[in-house]
Structures are given as structure tokens and as C-alpha cells.
Design a protein around this ligand. Structure first.
Ligand SMILES: C[S@@+](CC[C@H](N)C(=O)[O-])C[C@H]1O[C@@H](n2cnc3c(N)ncnc32)[C@H](O)[C@@H]1O
Length: 299
């Protein structure tokens, strides 16, 4: 990985155009489109729990949801099936074309909007009860304040941001053996990566170059608060249902954990190292303009 200035501006779009055409094809079990087409959901436990919390258990029935950085739309389709009216935004035309085709196959209606996540069209302003965005979205964003500002603008007063994201701690690690820690924890400008394959299919015959940006949990929450969102829930998960770091293996309970080094010595035996965060859930509420009080504080 090299540290460079921000000259690779088109690299990320080219990367996602290629990934969008490829994902869900061949040996890809991450995007299990047969499961989706047959009525199953690809939403993980953490995403479902976040939606439940943000809606106080009511779910998405009858709600206007903006799915930000929707990729090929697996989660958009699952949320539409939960009764939401979904608008899906991505900057990749190929991703939205795949989404349209999948939505047709799944028999759900989804509106797609091709836009940069930090320049959401004015036509979307104040139209949504929920903005949902998940897993692998923020590392593509150089200006986290602009991203949060757009989210706050498209929410109605009282609307929620549901963000379930890779924890910045796990994204620091490139490999466990050897232990390579080559990505900053907090914002430190653009980093250029080159590689092959995809997180959904490591062996895929695809070469890529991308520009990525680190954002710490503190920077994300601060950006949300600056944009006018109240933090109603923040959880740092020390296990997940999928291989968040690409290099983790499932443990006996089928969950994936990041464990570094050695654990405590007890009764002459080494315990496994304590797990470190792999995901976080952030729920932010746009203050109700009339009362200026978030609903978490009312109850
Ligand atoms: C890792 S994927 C999100 C995956 C999603 N959780 C899923 O599994 O379907 C990241 C998405 O962000 C989109 N993206 C990256 N940078 C963007 C930007 N600046 N504006 C809009 N979309 C962007 C990419 O096209 C891609 O679809």
C-alpha cells in the first residue's frame, strides 16, 4: 500500500463498476442471489437488530427508506420485502442496473438514483424516515462531514440514520500471519491500495486499484452530531456473523472474532486473547425541529 495524494479520483468508480458486474456470479457465496430470489434475506443479525432498535421494534412497514451506497441491492430488496418504500442510491450505474434486474426477479419495486454519496440530489431532501447504510461504505468517503450532512438533509425531522459498519480497528489489519497493520485508525488522507480478487470471491480474476480513507468511531459520531443528528445508540461488536477482516475463521459458535497475540495466563494456562471490535452500529436521530428533543430522550 502506498500513501499518495488524491489523484486517483476515478479509481473507485472504475473498481465498483467492475465489482458490480461480477458480484453474485460464479462461486460468490457472499452475495447468495439464489437465496434472495427464493425469498431469503441477506441482512445479517447486526443489521436486523439495528433496524429493530431504530424503529422501536415496529420494523420498516410503511416507512420511506433511503439505502445509501446500495451496491447491487441485496439489502434494498430485503428492506422492501419488510414493507419499506425503498430508494437506493449508488454512484455505480452497473450496480443500479443489477439492482433493477434483481428487484424485477424478486417482484419488488425500488427506485434507484445514481449519485455520489456526498452530493445527494436536492429532490431527496427531507423525504426519508430512515437512511440505511452498511458494511464497507465509509472507507470510500474522503469527507465524512459532507456524507453526514447529506444524510441529515434527506431525513425528515425525527428520522433515523441506521449505520452498521466495519469497525475501524479491523480495517487497520491487512493480515494476521504475518501480522500486517497498514491502514490508519483515524482519518489520515487518501491511501491507495492495489490487489486482486474481491471480498466476495478472493480467487476472482480481477485486478484493482482503489483510494480509501480511514474514519475512527469518534470521527463518525462527531460528524453525525455536527450534522444535527443525536446519537441514540452506539455498539461496538466484538464478533460478527461473517468474515469481516477477510482473514478471520469462524469459531465454534460460527461467529468471527479478531484476536491478536496471547490472552491472560490463568492456572498455568494461556487463555485465548480477548476479542477486539469487528463491527459497529450507530443510530442517529435527526432532531424534531418542533421540539428539539430526540425521542430517546423523551421516554
Ligand atoms: C462495499 S459496497 C456496500 C456493500 C453493501 N453493504 C452490500 O453488501 O451490498 C460499497 C458501495 O459503495 C458504493 N460507493 C463507493 N463510493 C461511493 C460514492 N462516493 N458515492 C456513492 N456510492 C459509492 C460502491 O459503488 C458500492 O456499491
Amino acid at each position: 500500500m502506498a500513501l499518495v495524494d488524491d489523484e486517483h479520483s476515478g479509481a473507485n468508480l472504475a473498481h465498483w463498476e467492475a465489482m458490480a458486474r461480477f458480484h453474485g456470479t460464479g462461486d460468490d457465496s457472499y452475495y447468495d442471489l439464489d437465496l434472495l430470489r427464493s425469498g431469503g434475506t441477506l441482512l445479517g443479525d447486526e443489521e436486523l437488530d439495528a433496524i429493530k432498535r431504530a424503529t422501536h421494534g415496529d420494523g420498516l412497514e410503511g416507512r420511506d427508506v433511503l439505502h445509501l451506497q446500495c451496491h447491487i441491492g441485496c439489502d434494498s430488496i430485503s428492506m422492501a420485502r419488510m414493507g419499506a418504500t425503498v430508494t437506493a442510491v449508488d454512484f455505480s450505474r452497473s450496480a443500479l442496473d443489477r439492482l433493477d434486474e434483481l428487484a424485477r426477479q424478486c417482484g419488488v419495486d425500488i427506485t434507484t438514483v445514481e449519485a455520489d454519496a456526498v452530493a445527494l440530489p436536492g429532490s431527496l431532501s427531507a423525504r426519508f424516515d430512515v437512511v440505511y447504510s452498511s458494511i464497507g461504505v465509509l472507507c470510500w468517503i474522503s469527507d465524512i462531514d459532507a456524507w453526514m450532512g447529506g444524510v441529515a438533509r434527506v431525513l425528515r425531522p425525527g428520522g433515523k440514520l441506521v449505520l452498521v459498519e466495519l469497525h475501524p480497528l479491523v480495517t487497520m489489519v491487512e493480515s494476521l500471519d504475518p501480522l500486517i497493520v497498514d491502514f490508519p485508525y483515524r482519518f489520515d488522507g487518501p491511501r491507495v491500495y492495489s490487489g486482486t480478487g474481491s471480498y466476495a470471491n478472493r480467487g476472482a480474476d480481477i485486478e484493482w486499484t482503489t483510494v480509501q480513507y480511514a474514519h475512527s468511531v469518534g470521527e463518525v459520531v462527531t460528524a453525525a452530531v455536527r450534522a444535527g443528528l443525536t446519537c441514540t445508540y452506539l455498539e461496538e461488536h466484538t464478533s460478527g456473523t461473517f468474515n469481516t477482516g477477510q482473514f478471520l475463521g469462524p469459531e465454534d459458535d460460527d461467529r468471527y472474532r479478531l484476536r491478536l497475540g496471547a490472552g491472560a495466563e490463568r492456572d498455568g494456562r494461556r487463555e485465548p486473547p480477548c476479542p477486539m471490535p469487528v463491527l459497529f452500529t450507530f443510530i442517529g436521530e435527526k432532531l424534531d425541529a418542533a421540539s428539539g428533543i430526540a425521542d430517546a430522550e423523551r421516554s
